[in-house]
Ligand binder design. Structure first.
Ligand code: FAD
Length: 409
């Protein structure tokens, strides 16, 4: 077995948006870094491909250029939300606006650009290696990597690990972090469609079969859209239908969706992936290990959005780790600032989203609420304020929140 010994302070496992952002951020703190992914890039990732403005703001701080990221994507100016009774609430205007930063970029292209920069920044980038085991050795962490291209293994000894290995995180499993309860998961499917001109709007279809989840159409190019569904994981066990049955049923029968997709055809297979939601119980740190991104289940429980939280948590983890390494203390206690941070700064937003998700579990409520939002601005404002951005702690106690709900045009 080949050994690479203690040359690196940090091993980052997973090089999606979370791991790539962490590698760049760690190097900004002058930490020595090995970045590991089992995949070779470019690699696909089942996702809605929707990337909000606030993500680009973070990525720009890490040295990315928005125009470069958008070479393969589509800018978005409008959001349309459809109720189970087909009423429509519209936010924004489809007219192109050069200053718009929100958009949809196929993950294969987006992640590849992030990885390229991260690999160049890292002291060593290993792709095609799966982390299969971690061990404690004299206050350090030994990672055992399986070479997926040819037979063989590598050992790497580091001081700390940033686990960015996604929704099925092996590191979270090996360290016993997170309690994998089905109630805190969505299941998702995605298929690309082509064959018609899509405008610069994203569409959310709250069909009665998908509640509290939805079906989406997110254009990733002028003539290509990401079409997908996310739905409660526990749903599958309580009905005879599979998520795929429901997805196809909604595509075939929802009149709003039929109109948006009219003329477009699927151009690839339907692919699935789980979404671990931010309310998933459990600590995100242990001795020498920090979980970030999907490995930490940092996905908004009502939108299914996780890319922003991946980058945000990567930046925070690097900052905390830099501090802990300088104090020579990467114990659970030494990393506690990260645990406190996510509980204080992002969990409250997940809890507000979860509240809306639980309300939308009721077909009656969701239909009444979304029908009303289509003509009564305060309801539309409330929805977008919970849906559109992570709310801070006690946001609903703040008069400004309600002023915006009632007065925003
Ligand atoms: C159907 C669906 C739709 C979604 N839509 C959106 C959306 O529109 N907008 C949004 O913001 N978010 C969306 N999300 C969530 C988003 O995809 C995730 O939050 C995001 O991918 C998290 O990034 P990550 O870097 O943490 O994980 P990933 O992107 O999953 O990257 C993890 C990496 O770890 C590697 N890896 C895994 N195990 C190992 C191992 N043992 N050893 C080495 N490498 C390993 C993998 O190869 C992978 O490259 C969606 C998710 C789903 C499932």
């Amino acid at each position: 077995m080949e050994q690479i010994k203690a040359q690196y302070q940090v091993a980052i496992v997973g090089a999606g948006p979370a791991g790539s952002a962490a590698a760049i951020s760690c190097k900004e703190h002058n930490l020595s870094v090995v970045l590991i992914d089992k995949a070779e890039f470019p690699r696909d990732k089942v996702c809605g491909d929707g990337i909000p403005l606030k993500t680009f703001n973070l990525l720009e701080k890490l040295g990315f250029n928005e125009d470069e990221l958008f070479e393969d994507g589509h800018k978005i100016n409008q959001l349309k939300v459809y109720s189970p009774e087909y009423k429509i609430t519209t936010y924004g205007n489809v007219k192109a606006d050069a200053s718009t930063k929100s958009g949809c970029i196929p993950r294969k292209d987006f992640d590849s650009k992030l990885f390229k920069k991260a690999a160049a920044a890292a002291d060593l980038a290993l792709t095609g290696y799966r982390v299969i085991k971690i061990e404690d050795v004299a206050n350090k962490k030994k990672l055992i990597l399986k070479n997926l291209k040819e037979a063989g293994q590598k050992e790497i000894i580091v001081e700390a690990i940033i686990a960015a290995d996604g929704a099925n995180s092996a590191i979270a499993r090996m360290t016993g972090l997170l309690k994998r309860e089905e109630a805190h998961y969505f299941d998702g499917l995605r298929c690309y469609y082509e064959g018609k001109k899509f405008d610069s709007a994203v569409h959310l279809f709250y069909d009665r079969q998908t509640l509290p989840g939805y079906v989406w159409v997110f254009p990733v190019g002028e003539e290509k859209a990401n079409v997908g569904i996310m739905i409660n994981k526990k749903f599958k066990s309580s009905s005879g239908k599979t998520i795929r049955d429901i997805f196809l049923d909604v595509i075939e029968n929802n009149p709003n969706l039929k109109e948006v997709l009219d003329g477009a055809r699927p151009v690839d297979k339907i692919k699935g992936a789980p979404l671990p939601l931010g309310t998933l119980p459990g600590s995100r740190i242990t001795n020498g290990v920090i979980l970030i991104g999907d490995a930490a289940a940092f996905i908004n429980p009502v939108t299914g959005g996780g890319i922003y939280f991946s980058v945000l948590s990567a930046i925070k983890a690097s900052e905390v780790l830099n501090d802990s390494l300088s104090r020579n203390d990467v114990s659970e206690k030494g990393l506690i600032e990260y645990e406190n941070w996510w509980r204080e700064e992002i969990l409250p937003g997940f809890e507000y989203s979860d509240m809306l998700k639980r309300w939308f579990d009721s077909e009656k409520f969701a239909t009444w609420f979304l029908n009303t939002a289509s003509w009564f601005k305060p309801f539309a404002n409330f929805f977008i304020m919970v849906y559109g951005r992570p709310l801070p702690k006690r946001a609903l106690w703040h008069p400004l929140f309600w002023i915006r709900v009632f007065l925003q045009r």
